[in-house]
Ligand binder design. Structure first.
Ligand code: UD1
Length: 422
């Protein structure tokens, strides 16, 4: 398995281009199941999760064509030939559950493997199922699969999510576009990835209002057309790379970044005494002196502080002078990077869902291992400011969500390389 070797790298300077959002893309690609016409998506990131979604869609009968630039993809689901999302694919990627709503809406049936638990918590899919049931689907759980049918089509309904879920909101919106009548989704997610999904659906002819608020209203239509859509910038990649100049005392411009994708995160950086400036091309983050102020962070649904940036933010707070607290409110088991950071010299203790970070810590390089995507990235960030060499194992997590990570970081002067092991 590949490893990434990082050496202490200070005062990083330059620019990093931000790719299209993985999570937006994973919700956009299944939209092709809703139409007979081709769906063309541009600004696609080159990531293994995207390839997994391609394989899944192909297994359902979708024709997938990559254009030469590799960042454009055409998805054509003229006929849906199978309705089965197999365990072998779903176990690799939970977002596979996002084919359930569209399959059901277009074909009236779907058999999708249940994703099961994963490294960052139990992560059930009960809300995905509950909202589809409210729209008239009949569900049957058997042998680890959910068999869903709606032989006479889905029917619009009002549904209130008991907790906010990005994935369940996406599944519900997709399914409701072809349902009969009006669907009202209350306590819906308002993440930028949901806005992107709705923008694409509207280009396909869907009738939707209220996106970006907690109530989304969908008027069902008989059919949807194809469309061409550019995937929104990846706010998690953006936030991750914004931390690079903040921790290394450098200055980096993030091309394609926008403050409104990460308003709360930007405010926390500023509270920590890091300079964030909007530029015509994106956002520049600079830090001239070494002094970082401690800040308290609580993860929350958008527009709050994203759980997907919690592990990376912790590295900045290890460098702050004083005590910071990070409360994880979205996933119950998302502090698995903590023992690894502690092995590198960080002073962090966990009580319940709160991590207490005491700084400034003198980090030292070490061989480390990550158990999830964002945690892997926090170890790379820690490696940039640790004395000596850090070797990050289980790099496949990283390749699921960060495109060309070594190239992007080397471009701003980081000492980082990949060792390819068979
Ligand atoms: C998405 C993102 C993920 C991010 C997360 C929270 C994708 C592909 N992934 O995941 O990177 O970390 O949003 O911003 O877009 N829940 C239930 N029942 C359900 C569904 C969710 O209890 O049926 C709970 C989850 O366990 C969690 C909370 O709801 O505690 C929020 O999860 P959700 O927003 O659904 O996350 P995902 O859509 O899976």
């Amino acid at each position: 398995m590949d490893q990434i070797v990082v050496q202490e790298s200070r005062a990083l300077q330059g620019s990093i281009p931000i790719a299209g959002a993985k999570n937006a893309c994973l919700a956009l690609m299944p939209l092709s199941l809703l139409t007979e016409e081709p769906l063309i998506l541009t600004n696609i990131p080159r990531l293994s999760d995207i390839l997994t979604m391609e394989v899944l869609l192909e297994s359902l009968g979708t024709q997938v064509t990559r254009y030469n630039d590799q960042a454009t993809i055409s998805l054509s689901s003229r006929r849906i030939s199978k309705h089965l999302a197999h365990y072998d694919i779903v176990r690799k990627m939970r977002a596979s559950i996002l084919v359930l709503g569209p399959l059901l809406a277009r074909a009236g049936q779907a058999i999708v493997s249940l994703p099961g638990g994963c490294a960052i918590g139990a992560r059930p899919v009960d809300l995905h199922l509950a909202v589809l049931e409210a729209l008239g689907a009949r569900l049957d759980l058997q042998d680890g699969y959910v068999r869903a049918t709606a032989s006479r089509g889905l029917i619009g309904e009002t549904f209130t999510f008991p907790i906010i879920s990005v994935g369940a909101t996406a599944n519900a919106v997709m399914a409701a576009t072809l349902a009969k009548g009006t669907t009202v989704l209350k306590n819906a997610a308002q993440e930028p990835e949901i806005l992107d999904l709705v923008a694409c659906l509207k280009a396909m002819g869907a009738q939707i209002t209220g996106e970006g608020t907690r109530t989304i209203v969908i008027e069902g239509v008989d059919s949807l057309s194809g469309a061409r859509h550019e995937v929104v910038a990846d706010r998690i990649e953006l936030g991750t790379y914004m931390l690079v100049p903040a921790i290394t005392q450098g200055s980096v411009e993030l091309i394609g970044g926008r403050r409104n994708l990460l308003a709360d995160f930007c405010r926390k950086l500023e509270e920590a005494d890091v300079l964030v400036t909007e530029t015509p091309r994106g956002i520049t983050v600079s830090k001239e002196d070494e002094r970082i102020k401690p800040v308290d962070v609580t993860t929350a649904p958008f527009p709050g502080f994203p759980t997907d940036l919690q592990a990376q933010m912790m590295v900045l707070l290890c460098r702050a002078t004083g005590v910071s607290r990070i409360e994880e409110k979205i996933f119950e088991n998302r502090f698995m990077h903590v023992p690894e950071l502690v092995r590198m010299g960080a002073e962090i203790s966990i009580h319940g869902g709160v991590a207490k970070v005491t700084g400034p810590a003198k980090l030292r390089g070490a061989p480390v291992m990550a158990t999830d995507l964002r945690a892997s990235m926090s170890l790379i960030l820690a490696g940039l400011v640790a004395q000596g060499e850090t070797i990050v194992n289980r790099v496949y997590h990283l390749d699921r969500g960060y495109e060309q990570v070594e190239q992007k970081l080397r471009g701003v002067g980081a000492k980082i390389m990949r060792i390819r092991n068979k």
